[in-house]
Every structure is written in C-alpha cells, then in structure tokens.
Design a protein around this ligand. Structure first.
Ligand code: PLP
Length: 384
C-alpha cells in the first residue's frame, strides 16, 4: 500500500506533538463553503439532495439515505422508524460511544446490554443470543473502530427471531462485507460526520434505510413532521400528524462532505496504512495485544487503532511526556448513572477483563507513516 498523503511528520513540526484525533478538511473546503455562503441556500437546500445521491451511490449500494444534523439524530430517527416505543426491549452494546444508547432513553425503551467480544470489542453475538426473549424488538450494534461485526450471524439471528437490526456504522464508513456495502446487512444503518470521523461537516450524519416505504416518513420526521417538498410546492395539506424533529443537514455541511467524498479513497488508504504500520512495528511486543478483523469477508476502513496492555496507565503517561496523545475514548456504558436502572443482574465478564487495559493510538490524515513508526518505536522502548 502506498502512502497517499505527503509525509510531513508532525513530530518534526513546530509543535512536535501528535494529537489523538484531527479533523480531515478537504483541500478545496474554503472555496466550496464560500460559494455556498454567497448563494441563496445555506441551510437545507439543493446541496443536501445532491450529497444524499452521491453518498448513497458511494457508500450504500444506492439504498435510500437521509442526511441529518448528527449521527445521534440518525440513531434517534432509526429508533422511531423501527417503531420502538416505551418499555420495548432492545439489545445494545455495553461498550460504545454513548450516542448509540442515549436516544433509547429519549424513547423510554428497555435496554438490555450485551457484553463485548474480546477479540474486537464488538457486541458478543453469543451474549446477544442469550438475551433474546419474546419481547425483544431490535438489536443495535456498533462496528467498533472500524472492525466489523459478523453481519451474517447477526442477520441469521434477526431472521430467526424476527428482530430489527440497527447498525451504528459511525466508525466504519466505507467498509465492505462480501464486497457489498455494510448497509445492506441491517434494516437501518447510521453514519456520523462529527469533527473527528473519517469525513466531517463539523457535525452531521446519515441514516440509510433498507425498507424504501419508510423513506418519506423519515424525511417528514427530519423536519417537524412536515412534508417539506409539498409545503415548498404549495400543495401541503397544512396539518402535522406526527411529531417530528429538526434534524436536517445544511448546505454548508453538504458542500464540505461532497468535497471530502472525493478524497475518501485517499483517506481510507492513509488510515489503513497507519494502522498497518502500527501492527507491523508493535507486533513482536509481548506486552501488547491488538484488536483484529479475522473474518476474510470484511474489508474494513480503520477509524481507531486499539491496543491492549496491562501497563495502560504507565504507557499513556510516558507517551504523554513524549507529546503523543492516547486515550481510552469510549467507556462501558453500564457504569453511567443514566443507565443504572438497566443493569441490576447483568454481568459482563469480557468487559470486566479489559476495562482498564485498552488504549487508543493516534490515527488521522494529519499524521504521517513516519509518526506511526516513531510512536511504535517509543512504545516498544517503554514496554520492553
Ligand atoms: C461518533 C459516534 C456517534 C455519534 O455521532 P454524532 O455525529 O457525534 O452524533 C454514534 N456512535 C458512534 C459509535 C460514534 O463513534
């Protein structure tokens, strides 16, 4: 694999530091945003429509997509479209960005957390199977850091028990399964364009819907419950029958995303190359283990590079002294007070084992392969 961005090591720059995250701003960002600013549409206008078409073709095998203001909006919208109501039982990951689970609290759904698979920190499918009851309505899963779940097994379970599948793909944009878009393997798939995701509009998101008949409803719920094209066309019946939100993307955001999509293939190879460099250089260190994709059917686009070590605190501290930023990024959700009432009896042995041992290393397009090599060397020196 070739290094696609120019190799300017951050560690040799003025600041001599490597941040954990850095937003990817496309080359022509200022130009395209400034064009939007001098036009009529700065909110949701024609560029959002164009973005939806381009995004669907590039990432969702032409399934219907709805652009929204954040990944969290997309998740909430998917829960509404899935028909989840107060006290409905849903199975969701105990380890994820809180954005996955918090919108379930908006609805009042009954959360059943599933433990992690220790190999990739994704949802444990064995545990999911144990948690399924007659009352279970949906399984929500995350592809952690770009590592993809076993989508075939999840689909098999969903079919067998008549469950809806909701995929949080905020960290796995562009990933393929059996050479198909991962969005084909769930009823709903969401993506995020928050500042540090693969591509960004500052904040933004997409909901991809497999069932085409829900598409129009999704558009209405995005905009107060109003049929906006009809309203703009003067043919709206002038009534609101369902509660909607204000969850739209703006043309300013869409202009940035359309430019970023043009650079996506480069972003993808750069991120994967940084991760490969870490893998190669730290591989022989006996104090460190990695999370990996072993399923040959998966083509991932890495977002996080996570290592496991019993010396997490020491390593993080020493790396900080060398101006290399690392962090755990996400924490088990069952420990947060807002979720306490759902975790009385549940046990998460896999999560317990690793909760103090994982650490995420920098991966972004501002850093270079030289930085990744230097970070690896530094890690190997600290944990000899
Ligand atoms: C970033 C992220 C989200 C939320 O996206 P926002 O755009 O910040 O609302 C949801 N789930 C996961 C797993 C994420 O990493």
């Amino acid at each position: 694999m070739k290094n696609t961005f120019k190799d300017y090591p951050l560690l040799e720059s003025k600041k001599k530091s490597v941040p954990l995250f850095y937003p990817h701003i496309p080359k022509r960002a200022k130009k395209v945003v400034s064009k939007v600013l001098s036009g009529r549409w700065v909110g949701q206008g024609p560029l959002v429509d164009k973005f939806e078409k381009v995004f669907s073709k590039k990432f969702c095998d032409n399934l219907p997509v709805v652009a929204v203001g954040a990944g969290t909006d997309a998740l909430h919208l998917s829960y509404i479209l899935a028909g989840l109501k107060k006290d409905d039982e849903v199975i969701c990951p105990v380890f994820t960005c809180t954005a996955t689970n918090i919108p379930l609290l908006y609805i009042g759904a009954k959360i059943k957390f599933a433990d992690i698979d220790p190999n990739n920190f994704n949802i444990s499918i064995e545990h999911v199977e144990k948690l399924i009851t007659k009352k279970t309505k949906a399984v929500i899963f995350v592809n952690y850091g770009g590592l993809i779940c076993n989508l075939e097994k999840l689909n098999f379970l969903a079919k067998k028990h008549k469950l809806l599948l909701i995929q949080d793909a905020a960290q796995s944009l562009g990933a393929k399964y059996n050479n198909k878009s991962i969005s084909r393997y769930a009823d709903f798939t969401i993506f995020s364009f928050q500042a540090i995701k693969h591509i960004t509009s500052g904040d933004g998101g997409v909901l991809c819907i497999k069932n085409k008949s829900l598409f129009k409803k999704a558009l209405r719920i995005r905009w107060f419950g109003i049929d906006r094209p009809k309203k703009q066309g003067g043919t709206w019946e002038n009534d609101i029958k369902e509660i909607g939100y204000k969850y739209q993307l703006t043309d300013i955001g869409a202009s940035l995303l359309l430019e970023s999509i043009k650079e996506f293939n480069k972003i993808k190879s750069h991120r994967n190359l940084i991760c490969k460099t870490y893998l190669k250089k730290i591989d022989k260190n006996n104090n460190i283990k990695f999370l990996t994709n072993t399923n040959k059917k998966i083509k991932p686009v890495m977002w996080l590079f996570t290592i496991l070590t019993p010396f997490k605190d020491l390593l993080q501290k020493k790396l900080r002294q060398k101006r290399i930023e690392t962090n755990q990024v996400h924490f088990r959700n069952d420990k947060y007070s807002i979720f306490k009432k759902f975790v009385k009896k549940n046990k998460f042995p896999n999560m317990d084992k690793i909760q103090n041992n994982y650490l995420v290393l920098p991966v972004h397009t501002k850093m270079s392969v030289t930085d990744a090599k230097y970070i690896s060397k530094t890690i190997n020196k600290i944990l000899k």
